[in-house]
Write a protein that binds this ligand. Structure first.
Ligand code: TYM
Length: 378
């Protein structure tokens, strides 16, 4: 079950289940057939939001499909919706939060309902070592993280595929009737040894694209903010949407927050190289201090030649999440390149920021226990 996005260069693999190798985002746009996010589209979003989110300014969200149509709907006075999700297989890490923070920005900007799918079925079917009780347990734990992102309860509908099956099964069935086995084999690379649950599951992830429309009995354009690893689902869903009487779902795709080690995205399967929202803040700050950087072999060489922020994970965390001030980010970059800033100092500053972030986020996460029900699908 593996779809290589580039067969000649064996390295780059981007699928919902595996992201590895050096990611070439321009190639992904070509291979997945998406469109690059233009300044015009970014500005249209910013106009409604009142400001341009740093993830737009910095091309962290870099690609889309039909975002213009979704914006046209909104600008014509029609309702628009949002959809994203999580495969609850363990704790949430900073990479997961990236699209969720962006959802919060879009929810505020457009007053849009957000459907948030917890795919405890998917992760149970996919991972031999996980029991269903565990993935359902993670659903509730991970939902605390979703709430801690600051979403609005009256506009948010979190649901679990297993616990809320009654609300979603009929629509899931209607979707599944439109998708052949040969399509899912071609799109996801399933083979004869994959369990049959997994081959049906894509219908449920596709289903949520139409869930708001289905529940409200009118057509609501749906935008999905997520990293580009989930794109296989949307390619498949777009092919059946209009036949079912719905708009094609719109996507806005993010790049991957890297892990702390050299190469690859932040991934829960490598816990030492990921920062989890449940990490002890002190422990997380130690992880940061062990991160791969763009530094030189010795301080003397670095002073002379400067560091390389382009390949540095510490710089990437400032860039993706932690330094919202563009001028300060530029200063960090310039000081690094000139040799004035040493990796130890740069790491220590980020470690402090990560610690402060986690202390605050964990407080919000704990408070979320009391209000989780307000965010749950009714
Ligand atoms: P999951 O749990 O693998 O990932 C949850 C969300 O986090 C994004 N993501 C990242 N973004 C930036 N940097 C990273 N290092 C990083 N790692 C993960 C993913 O793109 C995703 O947006 N099958 C899905 C669950 C799902 C879903 C959806 C996701 C159901 N419906 C609709 C997005 C949109 C899954 O297992 O996600």
């Amino acid at each position: 079950m593996k779809l290589s996005s580039n067969n000649e260069k064996k390295e780059m693999v981007v699928t919902p289940w595996e992201v590895s190798g050096e990611i070439d985002y321009t190639k992904l746009i070509q291979q997945f057939g998406t469109q690059r996010l233009t300044d015009d589209l970014k500005e249209r979003i910013a106009r409604h939001a009142g400001f341009m989110h740093m993830q737009l300014r910095r091309d962290v969200f870099f690609s889309h499909r039909d975002l213009d149509l979704w914006l046209n709907e909104y600008e014509a006075g029609h309702p628009v919706g949002l959809y994203t999700g999580r495969g609850p297989s363990g704790s949430v890490h900073l990479g997961h939060l990236l699209p969720w923070f962006f959802c919060k920005y879009l929810q505020d900007a457009f007053g849009a309902h957000l459907y948030f799918q917890m795919t405890d079925d998917e992760k149970f079917l996919l991972r031999d070592e996980l029991t269903l009780e565990q993935t359902v347990g993670y659903t509730y734990e991970n939902a605390l993280d979703v709430v801690a992102c600051g979403l609005r309860p009256e506009l948010t509908h979190i649901f679990s595929d297993t616990e809320n099956i009654a609300q979603i099964y009929k629509l899931g069935l209607k979707v599944s009737k439109r998708i052949t086995f040969s399509t899912v084999k071609a799109v996801f690379g399933f083979n004869d040894s994959d369990n049959i649950g997994l081959t049906w599951y894509p219908a449920l992830q596709a289903m949520t694209c139409f869930l708001q429309s289905y529940r409200e009995g009118r057509n609501v354009a749906c935008l999905i903010p997520a990293a580009i690893d989930q794109d296989n689902y949307w390619r498949m869903t777009r092919d059946i949407a209009e036949k079912m009487g719905y708009y094609k779902p719109t996507q806005i795709h993010a790049k991957f927050l890297p892990g702390l080690a050299q190469g690859g995205k932040m991934s829960a399967s490598q816990p030492e190289t990921a920062i989890f929202t449940t990490d002890d803040p002190e422990k997380a700050s130690k992880k940061v201090k062990r991160a791969f950087t763009g530094g030189r072999e010795t301080v003397a060489i670095q002073k002379e030649l400067g560091g390389n922020p382009t390949i540095c994970n510490i710089y990437a965390y400032y860039y993706f999440l932690f330094e919202s001030d563009d001028a300060k980010l530029k200063e960090t970059e310039t000081e690094c390149r000139s040799g004035a800033l040493m990796c130890g100092d740069c790491k220590a500053r980020l470690a402090r920021m990560v610690k402060i972030f986690l202390v605050d986020f964990q407080k919000k996460r704990e408070s979320a226990r009391d209000v989780l029900d307000d965010y749950w699908i009714k």
